[in-house]
Write a protein that binds this ligand. Sequence first.
Ligand code: ZN
Length: 133
Amino acid sequence: MTLNKTSMDRLQGVHPDLVKVVLKAAEITDQPFIVTEGVRTVERERSLIAKGLSSLKSPFSCRHVPTNGFGHAVDLAPVVNGVIPWKDWSKFASVARAMKAAASQVHVSITWGGDWKTFKDGPHFELPKNLYP
Ligand SMILES: [Zn+2]
């Protein structure tokens, strides 16, 4: 599949290694997806925390908020018949499978929020902080 223009625009400011993984995943996946968010401002992350939509204590620990010039996280959502099946975890897992396969093909390490033990974040993928501070 090819990412639509909105998705491509949302990859602006995201670290090139993570962009590489997303583009490769789009190429190899059989589950179409869109980029719902890339770089996030401190103000937006602060409001998500206030609404309980982010588990973080500080907006500055959010990987969407740029550090060293780049955002280090993206949110991806599967698309089925033109809509995002928010309640169907298996579709998010399909996107994650494509992202993990893509990451290994382009030799970039990624973490999927769906693998977290608490606050599972199905759409969320990030570059590890120890490798990409
Ligand atoms: Zn995220």
